[in-house]
Design a binder for this molecule. Structure first.
Ligand code: NDP
Length: 494
């Protein structure tokens, strides 16, 4: 395939990096270079933030009424819907996830722009009752200004929608930075902003190595809000930079989510849910149900069901409709997963399916990780505490509900959890006892533009999606207005 050169969108212009440097985009399925992406540095970051700041302060965006912003967002949603095939193909080529999943996902993304487009002109302030005579007090919501939106490689356009749709509806401008491992779909998507009619500079897309230019972006004095999806380590780092200047942040980080199966569950449904939770997207999802908590009395029988499905999973070309598991996204990710598997075995976990590539002659060529299941796992092991971000399941036994809750909560993460049971009382009471931002009961991995999503504990701060999300991109101002005809003693202002 001919290598394609992409450009960045800065201030309405399509630009290479000022340095002229590029980096490669590698297709994880065949490991061929297929595109070159601009390698931005501080100068490009500065240009993008300047363009966003001007668009916010003096451009037509700053004078647009909210309904006009909403109409642009809805037009953008229409354009995404017309370009699903192209955008989904780019995502698959970039990150190796199944085309079947990416096309469904990209096909769903317009809903974010429709929903938040609809909210743009429904941001209402409030008149407050006051104890002060002759005073009128109201509050209004105002955008922050320039938002730095930083996304991970596993679902670049969906994660961008989580951020862009509410940020723009609220009246901010954006500098968007996708991951170095999957930048192309975002650069292609950026063309739709022009087509939709967004003024220049409202959305800017820069690409590069986060380790090189990330701090220039998050630490830029004209960036007022940071919305980040990625690892705990980078999230901590960004939090420190943001904290230094008291910038607002929304952080969506990692997870080590428990999928808890009780003996009274519908076991067929539960087995499908467990597989969907850990093998979908080759386990490269923040909400992966990577710890299977299994009740004693069904341990062997249920594990056999899960093994049967996992054993039959077809690894292969992510573009083909009958492939179940594609490659992992990059060589770095592949090596990291293999190191986790080696460590689990060294810690004494029992590998009953799959395993590290060098111990698995069936793994063949490419960045494929076989579905891997560990038993004999205790919850304090590395494999039960650290995010693997691969198709790797750790199975942990529990005897009763109390023990299940203890194990489920015994992690520094708190992104999501699954509960499988047909006991109504348990299904109603248990979610309140699980320390996670999302709890699924008799289902797994469901998300919606209408429903708040975000982590507890080190899985992050703030919420994306739903009405709550727009508040992440607004700050509240209180206005006092005196109606008194005479002013009082200047030394005793009330
Ligand atoms: P990283 O933290 O490595 O990268 C995420 C993004 O941050 C990338 O765009 C990266 O750029 C950028 N970045 C890296 N360093 C900096 C920096 N100093 N300043 C600013 N930006 C920087 O995460 P991964 O790409 O490995 O993504 C996987 C992680 O994302 C997992 O932990 C997963 O759980 C989490 N995730 C969380 C979700 C959630 O909603 N909670 C959803 C999806 C994923 P570059 O790629 O160039 O390094």
């Amino acid at each position: 395939m001919r290598t394609q050169d992409y450009k960045m969108l800065i201030g309405g212009e399509w630009l290479s990096a000022e340095s002229g440097e590029y980096f490669q985009s590698i297709n994880p399925y065949n490991q061929e270079e297929w595109a070159r992406v601009p390698r931005a540095d501080a100068a490009d970051v500065n240009a993008a933030v300047k363009a966003a700041h001007e668009a916010f302060t003096i451009g037509p965006w700053s004078k647009m009424i909210p309904s006009e912003r909403g109409a642009l967002l809805r037009k953008l949603g229409d354009l995404i819907a017309q370009n699903v095939k192209e955008l989904a193909t780019l995502e698959t080529r970039d990150n190796g996830k199944l085309y079947a999943e990416m096309s469904a996902q990209v096909g769903y993304i317009p809903q974010w722009y429709y929903y938040f487009g609809g909210l743009a002109d429904k941001i209402e302030g409030m008149v407050h009752p006051t104890d002060k005579p002759d005073m009128f007090n109201y509050s209004r919501h105002e955008p922050y200004g320039v938002v730095a939106a930083i996304t991970a490689w596993n679902s670049p356009l969906l994660l961008a929608a989580y951020k862009l749709a509410p940020a723009l509806a609220a009246g901010n401008t954006v500098v968007l930075k996708p991951s170095e491992h999957a930048s192309c779909s975002t650069l292609q998507f950026a063309r739709l902003f022009e087509q939709a009619g967004f003024p220049a500079g409202v959305v800017n897309v820069i690409t590069g190595y986060g380790s090189e230019m990330g701090d220039d972006l998050t630490g830029h004095p004209q960036v007022s809000k940071i919305s980040f999806t990625g690892s705990e380590a980078t999230g901590r780092h960004i939090n420190e930079i943001a904290g230094g200047d008291f910038k607002s942040t929304t952080l969506e980080l990692g997870g080590k989510s428990p999928n808890i199966v009780f003996a009274d569950a519908n076991l067929d449904n539960a087995a499908n849910g467990v597989i969907a939770g850990i093998l979908a997207a080759s386990g490269q999802t923040c909400v992966a149900g990577s710890r299977l908590l299994l009740q004693d009395s069904i341990y062997d029988a249920f594990l056999e069901r899960v093994m049967t499905i996992a054993r039959d999973a077809k690894l292969g070309d992510p573009m083909l409709p009958d492939t179940n598991i594609g490659p992992v996204a990059s060589k770095d990710q592949y090596d990291k997963i293999n190191r986790c598997l080696e460590m689990a075995m060294a810690e004494g976990a029992n590998c009953i399916l799959g395993g590290p590539a060098d111990k698995n002659p069936e793994a063949g060529q490419g960045l494929f990780i076989q579905p891997t299941i560990f038993t004999n796992v205790s919850n304090n092991m590395h494999i039960a505490q650290e995010e693997v971000f691969g198709p790797v399941l750790s199975v942990i036994r529990f005897k009763d509900e109390k023990e299940a809750i203890e194990i489920a909560n015994d992690t520094r993460y708190g992104l999501a959890a699954g509960i499988w049971s047909q006991n109504m009382k348990r299904c109603l009471e248990l979610p309140a006892k699980i320390k996670a931002g999302t709890v699924w009961v008799n289902t797994y991995r469901v998300v919606s533009y209408m429903t708040p999503f975000g982590g507890y504990k080190v899985s992050g701060t703030g919420k994306e999606n739903g009405i709550e999300a727009i508040k992440q991109y607004l700050q509240m101002k209180s206005v006092w207005l005196s109606t008194a005809e005479t002013s009082s003693n200047p030394f005793l202002i009330r």
